[in-house]
Ligand binder design. Structure first.
Ligand SMILES: Nc1ncnc2c1ncn2[C@@H]1O[C@H](COP(=O)(O)OP(=O)(O)O)[C@@H](O)[C@H]1O
Ligand SMILES: [Mg+2]
Length: 386
């Protein structure tokens, strides 16, 4: 059987550019190991130029800093979008390469937010993971909460507003925020990695925290803190029928909540020290989470409900905040593309990374085939009157 050509797209104009390189290359490795696919790396640099070359499969090219010099000698590729997607390498003899499936590995803006998925929809090509609306909703912490809430899923009480509204009528916004009980979390709705997030104890800290968030985003959410906090995250794979990995518990406290450093730098450098503790994309964690059986089940069911409410497909990871005293599970946020696919958790749950990527490619094809069966062409007499 002929091998499927799978293009893995990573990098892009995002604060999470570097993390995406790790995710992209880990996916390529697993696709190559499977022996079933011809993997094609597509790297979008920080300026937004698209490149493709076999050398881009090597993490050392990036970690050594040689990437700059390498790209200077390369010509960006051209992408042909029509019925399908083709990649064209520029040169004396331009070559067209047909892509069968795309595996997006871009985190954050200009990728995970649905923009890339829009291009892939236009090309009518199968691609792994969430579609345009679900990716876009996931990228907005307020929208994701509003939609989940409307489906009966619990979220902590929140108020959202535009930065402009705050700048123009601060008093009104502060009055609206009086309905919330301190401590509060102030967050830009579109960012990740705890950038510009503050925990505030009282009104004296509130304005400054909002100003910081408004510096980064045009939309802000302020929400009540969950007490007696146990944070968990639930990786899910599937289209209609869902598979869950283990409910994972990142080991942090409310005071020392995740920052970029904890997530990607300190955590990554430490070794797992046994006792169910793992180091993944998010540093130390307990796998599975240390929860009473009923709360564990409730977390699983809440995660499934969120996945469905937001309309995810392929893969996503749902972050939950648990009030361990009140035994309540609150939806916090959703990641359509978990860092490195959260492969460490799937492995622990019994799914190798090779099987994980193969299943994701199959799910992408299945979703695409199903969509082809929907009628998109309608014959009308409309034009005859002109
Ligand atoms: N409502 C809340 N109650 C308690 N802790 C929270 C709340 N919101 C956020 N946090 C803490 O802040 C961290 C970062 O917030 P989060 O919404 O997950 O943003 P990010 O996109 O940066 O991951 C969470 O992992 C959690 O530790
Ligand atoms: Mg988070």
């Amino acid at each position: 059987m002929e091998k499927l050509t799978v293009a893995v797209i990573f990098g892009s104009r995002s604060a999470e550019h570097d993390v995406s390189i790790i995710t992209g290359i880990s996916i390529i490795k697993a696709l190559d190991l499977s022996g079933k696919y011809e993997s094609v790396p597509i790297y979008i640099d920080k300026k937004g130029r698209w490149f493709s070359a076999n050398e881009l499969k090597d993490i050392a090219l990036f970690s050594s800093g040689r990437i700059e010099g390498f790209l200077n000698k390369q010509k960006p590729i051209l992408i042909k979008v029509g019925d399908g997607l083709q990649l064209m390498k520029q040169g004396l003899k331009p070559k067209l390469l047909n892509i069968d499936v795309v595996f997006p590995a871009t985190h954050g803006t200009h990728g995970e937010d649905g923009e890339l998925m829009g291009l892939l929809e236009m090309a009518n090509i199968p691609y792994v993971g969430c579609d345009v609306p679900s990716s876009a909703i996931a990228m907005d912490k307020a929208l994701a909460k509003i939609i989940s809430q409307s489906q009966g899923i619990l979220t902590s009480k929140f108020v959202w507003f535009y930065a402009d509204e705050f700048n123009n009528s601060q008093k009104q916004i502060i009055t609206r925020l009086k309905e919330l009980k301190y401590p509060l979390f102030v967050k830009p709705v579109h960012l990740g990695s705890s950038i510009a997030i503050s925990r505030v104890k009282d009104e004296s800290e509130l304005i400054n925290a909002i100003e910081v968030a408004a510096h980064y985003d045009n939309k802000i959410i302020v929400e009540e803190a969950v007490n007696s906090l146990i944070e968990v995250t639930v990786p899910i794979v599937g289209n209609e029928s869902l598979q869950l990995a283990l409910v994972e518990q990142p080991l942090t406290t409310a005071d020392n909540f995740f920052d970029f450093d904890t997530k990607y730098i300190r955590g990554g450098g430490k070794k797992s020290n046994g006792g169910g503790k793992q180091t993944g994309a998010q540093g130390y964690s307990k796998l599975p989470a240390d929860l009473p059986k009923e709360l564990y089940l409730l977390a699983e069911n809440t995660a499934k409900d969120v996945y469905k409410a937001i309309g995810c497909s392929g893969i996503a990871r749902i972050d939950l905040l648990i009030d361990s005293k009140a035994e309540k599970v609150y939806f916090n946020e959703i990641n359509p593309l978990p860092g490195s696919l959260y492969a460490h958790n799937w492995r622990e749950a019994g799914k190798s990374t090779v099987n994980l990527v193969s299943e994701l490619v199959d799910l992408a094809k299945e979703k695409h085939q199903k969509k082809q069966r929907l009628q998109t062409v309608f014959d009308t007499n409309y034009l005859k009157q002109y």
